[in-house]
Write a protein that binds this ligand. Structure first.
Ligand code: NAD
Length: 257
């Protein structure tokens, strides 16, 4: 009864940029359990690298989609519907802030930087779920990626902390809205991992070192730690779980000092 077998399930994964992307770890985990996986990539600049990865997971279908453009999200789902038919899982592993806004004084964040960070990193979850829902004819699961900076202050993370707070609240509101359709919406709150995005955050190295020093498990998390939890959230093992923000942080967030 309690096996993780995603045979027959179809997953659409947003946010693979390269082999270090958290989205790639999740794609591999879902594929290893038998799911058919499709990937989206943001721009043509990333196409070649994502094409190489797609080959490793059964020639995953690829779709281009920049989520800052509503038209592209809607058009993407039209193509996904035509190509894949239905969907079981959608993974939102997307974030962006202007480099200048990931360091220095938070109060100096400009209106445009604030807008862009919230638009790409939080608002995008809404159309991604709204257009996915009609394709989730047999229920479905949505997984978003967040960080503890949505709750606590991490100097350097700045406006992205606001974006994560907005994303986490959006996860809960979407879980409430789509629960009656048997669509579950959850987020994984991951500890620091070396990726294209994390490296530009001022103080990221310190964040990672301190995490390892203070976390009960005395190590940093791995991409596989996140992949495993995503597998749980994509499967029937988590059939009663929605609106949850699940820490995959080797316990860091429970510590007071
Ligand atoms: P990454 O750079 O590999 O992934 C970020 C992805 O966002 C990229 O694929 C990029 O193309 C995509 N993206 C940015 N703007 C976009 C747009 N306008 N349209 C479509 N896609 C766009 O980095 P990552 O660390 O794997 O980040 C994935 C998610 O995990 C993010 O939400 C991030 O905040 C979250 N997260 C990361 C860490 C970490 O330490 N790396 C920790 C917790 C949460």
């Amino acid at each position: 009864m309690y096996t993780v077998d995603l045979t027959g399930k179809i997953a659409l994964i947003f946010g693979v940029a390269n082999h270090r992307s958290i989205a790639w770890a999740i794609a591999q985990a879902l594929y290893s359990a038998g799911a058919k996986v499709a990937l989206t990539y943001q721009t043509d600049r990333l196409k070649e690298s994502v094409e190489g990865l797609a080959k490793e997971i059964g020639d995953a279908p690829l779709f281009q989609c920049d989520v800052s453009n509503d038209g592209e999200v809607e058009a993407l789902y039209k193509k996904v519907g035509e190509t894949m038919g239905t969907l079981s899982t959608v993974v939102h592993s997307i974030a962006f802030a202007q480099r200048d806004d990931l360091g220095g004084d938070f109060s100096k964040t400009e209106r445009e930087g604030f807008r862009v960070a919230l638009d790409v990193s939080a608002f995008s979850l809404l159309p991604i779920v709204r257009y996915a829902a009609p394709l989730m004819t047999d229920g479905g699961t949505v997984i978003a990626m967040t960080f503890l900076a949505g709750e606590k202050v991490f100097p350097g993370y700045n406006v992205m902390g606001v974006a994560k707070a907005a994303l986490e609240n959006s996860v809960k509101q979407l879980a409430a809205e789509f629960g009656p359709s048997n669509i579950r919406v959850n987020a994984i709150s991951a500890g620091p991992l070396d990726t294209l995005s994390s490296r530009v955050i001022t103080g990221y190295r310190d964040m990672k070192r301190i995490h390892q020093e203070r976390a009960p498990m005395a190590r940093n998390i791995t991409h596989e730690d996140v992949g495993g939890t995503a597998l749980y959230l994509a499967s029937e093992l988590s059939s009663g779980v929605t609106g949850a923000i699940i820490p995959v942080d080797v316990g860091y967030s429970i510590m007071g000092i």
